[in-house]
Design a protein around this ligand. Structure first.
Ligand code: NAG
Ligand code: NAG
Ligand code: NAG
Ligand code: NAG
Ligand code: NAG
Ligand code: NAG
Ligand code: NAG
Ligand code: NAG
Ligand code: NAG
Ligand code: NAG
Ligand code: NAG
Ligand code: NAG
Length: 826
């Protein structure tokens, strides 16, 4: 095995945390070299972001508060998506510190920003059209480092730490300018209702002109959040010849709350000396720093810290985290941290003979599933607490399916910290978040899926410093208290901010009715799993509640219409009215826009009828038994069966099963419930190889905070977790030998003897499995089985071959929420 030598430069120790010290040998491998940070940066239309991953491309640490990267504007806007900031061909309007990764809807963040300008000729600092930049050549990105070249001749290099960023600009001549724009944010060019808006700021230039500080406040975006105030402290490595603060009329077309001028003319900045503030009607503020070109120096470096607490804290981050001005040093520290805390948690052979495409897929996937949420320890501006603070859970609807289960194994410290933070949000704001960004809850897409997250952690024994008495009270609130109506314009029938907007139906009817509530089909399915999840925590925290929530978890059966028929299959979850009758002419294979006000959200009845992980036994019965279940499952993977036209947004998906979206994540694995595991392996591998690539178009849709990437990681490990239960389904690994660091410092080794699947070879079907030396006859195991396989570690040994073999003879995976509710004789 070849070990890639560590470069001699090692400043990693500065950032070393106690939880991170482990496995010296593994740290010596630079796994970061395999990461392709562009995977998912482009959609189906070459050169455009629309329909792609919406990923962040830039420099960041694992879960870092700062994600330093370009903000760009790509036209035509109907082929673009600005959510991650970077677009393939967009014009650059700024370089900003905060970003999301993988999210859809109205963009969040894209602030605070700087922009290097080679000249001020023709530039109106309040009009981005007068200075935005095309890029020439290809951008360069690697873990912790980003580089681009503007048509103006300016080269930009970026490197981030946890709360600060280092910009390194190289200009075409010694004339140099940097615009600091506090009113910059990622806009939403196609609609106003969930666009961000600027709510004011203040900037002050320090006496020697090389340092500036202040704050900006930006609100709105996807969850219509309250303004986030970010304090900024920036410094240049040389004293500018001139530094002027300015302000100007706020004419943003969507600043509905705080417009100060009509939109017919573009205002000019008013220069204000060394400081500028927004005043009562939220004028835009910024500053322009200029080096007038009388020296030979063509470079400017700038280090910028941010904080949600104070300018002092922002300055402290800047000084402590970037003590010198070397972007290679900062980038190397980032690589070291990623290798140590993320990539080395899953170690595979990286020698000459290793398949480099697979290394890229594995380590890039791990990278994208560690960008958000954002760790905000000591950065909670809302309340004082001993608990950690996290933000950018965007969203639980995406994360609960399998991503939290992988964090549980490989990031137990971070994950425990996240859960403590979630509970603290309930403690102080009244509701756990289903989505949260900019310190503001929302949007809730269906159920209160944070319940599933807490249950998944609980059943697998995560305790540490989590207060589970409060954890239980928090999920119970979701199950019992109807949230107030938040007036979100896109849904008149319930809150999108917190909790379960259709709880009134769920409690009184046992299902969500389609005449009184939006998204009845998907909410019914999700509420059922949420209540099952709550029963799982109740089993340890409040025994007396277990039966109640278990019973409620069967509510999806009340929405099961045993006579509904589609494509020759009978029996589906269907929209049902409050009076008990079903919406019978509902299109089972087409949910229309599948949007906030529709009857099912981002998935058809056909798809959601499979999404009952806690009671697959009953699903199978209601679908007519194992044979019918199997042929229906086969059917959803047949090409050209989809009734929904996903267009270029679907990257060629024509099956009913939608590999690009979370509701169907587990469906390809359901053959395990028939003891025909080989078919799960076949289907899921096919999907993975058809839709995931080491290219900028390499994931089938928004990466969703890394949820899609994580789906691929589980696929490559040969396992799949059944969330809210301690069960893992056994599939088929993509590597002969994998060492995973689980539970802080234990090693789970997964070996695959007989694997041979390159170039169309198909020696990947399971012939037999051993777990910790025991012959294993079930196609699943529990978290603590075989002497604690996922807690103490050990070895899962696969024997793979070309035969499509029914090797399992033991019980099928459990249906721990099993119950039979009469659905009209079925
Ligand atoms: C975007 O709009 C242009 C016309 O302005 C059209 O040619 C193009 O097909 C549209 N793209 C998409 C993805 O709808
Ligand atoms: C400028 O002043 C700040 C404090 O106001 C100081 O930290 C910094 O070192 C000074 N820079 C130079 C180049 O003198
Ligand atoms: C450039 O700035 C320096 C220092 O402020 C000043 O002395 C010089 O006159 C300026 N030169 C020009 C050409 O503006
Ligand atoms: C450019 O600035 C205008 C306000 O002048 C703003 O409405 C728009 O969103 C900005 N565009 C980008 C891409 O930032
Ligand atoms: C000004 O805003 C209104 C309302 O958004 C819009 O209809 C109008 O076209 C805008 N005018 C200009 C010149 O942009
Ligand atoms: C996994 O760990 C075992 C035991 O330390 C070691 O022999 C093997 O080489 C490791 N495999 C990989 C791929 O790191
Ligand atoms: C959990 O938090 C509550 C207050 O929210 C407190 O009363 C209780 O003592 C805590 N439990 C533990 C075990 O710390
Ligand atoms: C349904 O079954 C009928 C009769 O067997 C057959 O003709 C038809 O093609 C089937 N439809 C589908 C969608 O499979
Ligand atoms: C039930 O309510 C729906 C929606 O209001 C209505 O269309 C249907 O006719 C009602 N059914 C009965 C049996 O009253
Ligand atoms: C969903 O609904 C919102 C609000 O009406 C709208 O802005 C958005 O374009 C819709 N999205 C889709 C995919 O239809
Ligand atoms: C393993 O990690 C746990 C949790 O951090 C710690 O308590 C324990 O001391 C560690 N054990 C070893 C051998 O490092
Ligand atoms: C390497 O892995 C990729 C992705 O799984 C696969 O398409 C390719 O066939 C593999 N190449 C070899 C030589 O095994």
């Amino acid at each position: 095995m070849e070990h890639i030598a560590m470069p001699s430069l090692r400043i990693a120790t500065i950032f070393l945390t106690a939880a991170a010290v482990q496995c010296i040998a593994a740290q010596d491998v630079d796994y970061s070299q395999y990461v392709n940070p562009f995977i998912g940066s482009e959609g189906a239309i070459e050169g455009y972001a629309y329909g792609g991953g919406d990923v962040f491309v830039g420099s960041a640490l694992p879960f870092g508060m700062v994600k330093l990267g370009l903000d760009s504007f790509e036209i035509p806007v109907n082929q673009s998506a600005l959510n991650g900031g970077w677009t393939p061909k967009g014009k650059v309007t700024g370089i900003s510190m905060m970003h999301q990764s993988g999210t859809g809807g109205g963009p969040k963040y894209g602030y605070p920003a700087q922009m290097p300008l080679a000249s001020l000729e023709g530039v109106n600092l309040l009009d981005n059209l007068t200075y935005w930049q095309d890029r020439d050549g290809d951008d360069v990105a690697s873990v912790g480092y980003f580089k681009t070249h503007f048509e103006s001749g300016v080269t930009v290099e970026l490197a981030a730490t946890r709360h600060a960023g280092l910009h390194h600009y190289t200009y075409p001549s010694s004339e140099k300018h940097v615009l600091v724009d506090f009113s910059h944010y990622l806009p939403h060019p196609t609609r106003a209702w969930d666009s961000q808006f600027y709510a004011g700021g203040e900037i002050e230039i320090q006496p020697n002109s090389s340092t500036y500080s202040g704050y900006t406040s930006i609100g709105g975006g996807w969850n219509l959040g309250a303004p986030v105030t970010v304090y900024v402290c920036g410094e240049f490595d040389s004293i500018p010849d001139s530094a002027r603060a300015f302000s100007g009329k706020n004419t943003f077309p969507v600043s509905r709350h705080f417009r100060s001028f009509d939109n017919a003319t573009t205002p000019e900045p008013t220069f204000r000396g060394t400081s500028a503030r927004s005043g009562p009607i939220n004028d835009r503020v910024g500053a322009i720093f200029s080096w007038n070109g009388t020296d030979d120096n063509q470079e400017i470096k700038s280090r910028v810290g941010i904080s949600l607490m104070s300018v002092a804290q922002a300055c402290a981050y800047k000084n402590q985290e970037i003590p010198d001005w070397n972007s290679e040093v900062v980038a190397q520290a980032a690589r070291d941290e990623w290798n140590r805390d993320v990539f080395s948690k899953i170690r595979v052979d990286t020698s000459e003979k290793a398949n480099k495409t697979r290394l890229a897929l594995l380590y890039s996937s791990l990278y994208f599933m560690h960008l958000i949420p954002s760790e905000r320890i000591n950065e909670n501006p809302l309340w004082e607490s001993e608990e950690p603070c996290w933000d950018d859970f965007y969203t639980m609807w995406d994360l609960f399916r399998n991503q939290v289960s992988l964090w549980h194994l490989i990031q137990p410290s971070y994950y425990e910290s996240m859960i403590r933070s979630l509970i603290d949000i309930w403690r102080n704001e009244g509701f756990l978040p289903d989505g949260r960004s900019g310190n503001y809850n929302g949007l809730v897409q269906g159920g209160s899926n944070v319940d599933n997250v807490l249950a998944d952690a609980y059943v697998k024994g995560l305790r540490g410093a989590i207060n589970w008495t409060d954890g239980y009270a928090a999920v119970k609130k979701n199950a019992e208290v109807q949230p107030y109506f938040d007036q979100n314009p896109v849904d008149e029938r319930g809150s999108l901010k917190d909790g379960r907007s259709a709880l009134s139906d769920w409690i009184s009817l046992g299902y969500v009715s389609t005449d009184r509530k939006s998204r009845a089909v998907s909410k019914t399915v999700e509420y059922a799993l949420n209540d099952f999840a709550i029963s799982q925590i109740a089993a340890g925290e409040s025994q007396g509640d277990v039966d109640k929530y278990l019973k409620r978890s069967g509510g999806w059966q009340l929405s099961w219409d045993p006579t509904a028929t589609s494509r020759n299959f009978t029996g589906f979850v269907m929209p049902r009215y409050a009076n008990g009758s079903f919406h019978t002419d509902y299109d089972i294979t087409d949910c229309g826009d599948c949007n906030w006000s529709d009857e099912s959200y981002e998935g058809t009845s056909f798809e959601y009828s499979f999404v009952i992980p806690h009671d697959m036994e009953r699903v199978m019965e209601l679908m007519g038994g194992p044979q019918h279940f199997e042929s229906r499952l086969d059917y959803v993977f047949q090409p050209n069966t989809s009734g929904v036209d996903l267009g270029v947004n679907g990257l060629g998906i024509t099956t009913i099963n939608n590999v690009a979206n979370e509701p169907d994540f587990q469906t390809p694995y359901l053959y395990n419930y028939l003891n025909k595991q080989w078919k799960s392996v076949e289907r899921s591998r096919q999907l993975a190889t058809d839709f995931y690539f080491n290219t900028s178009q390499g994931i089938p849709g928004n990466s969703d905070a890394g949820a899609l990437n994580c789906w691929l990681v589980w696929q490559m490990l040969g396992l799949y977790p059944v969330v809210t239960t301690p069960v893992y389904l056994i599939e088929s690994p993509w590597f002969e030998d994998i060492n995973i660091t689980v539970n802080h410092n234990h090693t789970l080794r997964i070996r695959a003897e007989g694997l041979d699947d390159g170039d169309g070879k198909q020696s990947y079907y399971v012939q037999s499995v051993n777990i910790n030396g025991q012959a294993w006859d079930k196609n699943w195991f529990n978290h603590e089985d075989a002497g604690g396989i996922m807690t103490e570690g050990g070895e899962i040994l696969f024997h793979l071959g070309t035969e499509q073999k029914v090797w399992e003879s033991g019980e099928v995976p459990p249906s721990p929420g099993h119950q039979v509710i009469d659905v009209g004789g079925y």
